[in-house]
Ligand binder design. Structure first.
Ligand code: 7PM
Length: 287
């Protein structure tokens, strides 16, 4: 099942080398690139266009758009607000660019509307646990990324506890995967994600990171999102998330080395350069 490509609607995502998913944050309050697409209180299509054009020129294979802030302690967004943020930008991308678009949402109606408007992938930090989400995802026929999160964004960083973080996260994802298969989602369409930073201490995150190969052993493509996250800030003692570039790029390469298929990042150009150099050396080694 560890296929080297993933069928996404009319497109194919090549997974023979790590794919880069560029983050486009459509929330006014996101943590490291907060509000950069806003003109006052309004989401600006022209600002979004500039940012997306750059992400694609820099070499992203997928653009991930999200209208809900899952930052620890963030306030919940209404369905209408999420639709208003995501759909116009999705339409813009689909009409202007030849790229894969992933929609970062837990909301069934957003999944349905985004599917109708041409999304290629559903990325759900709640692993399709919200009401109606699993049915919406199944009916979309799109690949889905199932991410592990302990508790909810509002409370997840308040003393996270595991018996064994690797065993617990693997078991959660295996159980969500089974529910997806039972709901009619093909196993080949399931991407797994340990969910770095979502209800985890630094020690949990580092232990999970070193166990990426165990997630890869499931045969599913593994998505890793560590870009600019607190774990990098904690390792390096850097408060300002926009200053975590080198640590983020390093961890992206390490994740790729451990078999991650998709790297979700803010800094596409720098990550792509690092991955390209690493890939070149692998090919050299094989000569
Ligand atoms: C704190 C935690 C602040 C997380 C910001 C974030 C992931 C994701 C996000 C991830 C998948 C961010 C995020 N992180 N989706 N959405 N995997 N699949 O860095 O790790 O933007 S939100």
């Amino acid at each position: 099942m560890s296929a080297l490509s993933l069928k996404c609607r009319d497109k194919v995502l090549d997974l023979s080398r790590p794919a880069i998913m560029g983050i486009v944050n459509l929330t006014p309050d996101s943590f490291s690139d907060g509000g950069q697409l806003y003109a006052g209180s309004k989401l600006s299509q022209s600002k979004a266009l500039v940012v997306i054009e750059k992400i694609l020129k820099d070499g992203a294979n997928i653009v991930d758009i999200g209208g809900e802030s899952t930052r620890p302690g963030a306030t919940e967004v209404s369905e209408q607000q999420e639709l208003d943020r995501v759909l116009p930008i999705l339409e813009l991308i689909v009409s202007r660019f030849d790229t894969l678009v992933s929609v970062d949402t837990s909301t069934a109606v957003v999944m349905r509307e985004a599917t109708a408007k041409g999304a290629h992938l559903i990325n759900d930090v709640r692993a399709l646990r919200r009401e109606g989400a699993i049915e919406a995802a199944a009916q979309s026929g799109l690949p889905v990324c199932l991410m592990h999160m302990q508790n909810q964004p509002q409370t997840m960083q308040f003393e996270p506890v595991y018996q064994d973080v690797v065993v617990d996260v693997l078991a959660f994802l295996a159980s969500r995967k089974q529910d997806c298969i039972d709901a009619g989602i093909a196993a080949e369409k399931i991407i797994l994600d340990p969910g770095f930073g979502f209800g985890k201490t630094l020690a949990h995150n580092l232990t999970l990171f070193n166990a990426i190969d165990q997630f890869v052993a499931s045969g599913h493509p593994v998505l890793v999102g560590v870009s600019r996250k607190a774990m990098i800030g904690q390792v390096l003692g850097i408060e300002d998330s926009s200053k975590r570039l080198i640590g983020s790029v390093m961890m992206a390469v390490l994740a790729a080395q451990r078999g991650a298929a998709i790297l979700r990042v803010h800094d596409v150009l720098e990550t792509k350069q690092a991955i390209d150099v690493w890939q070149t050396m692998i090919i050299k080694e094989e000569d």
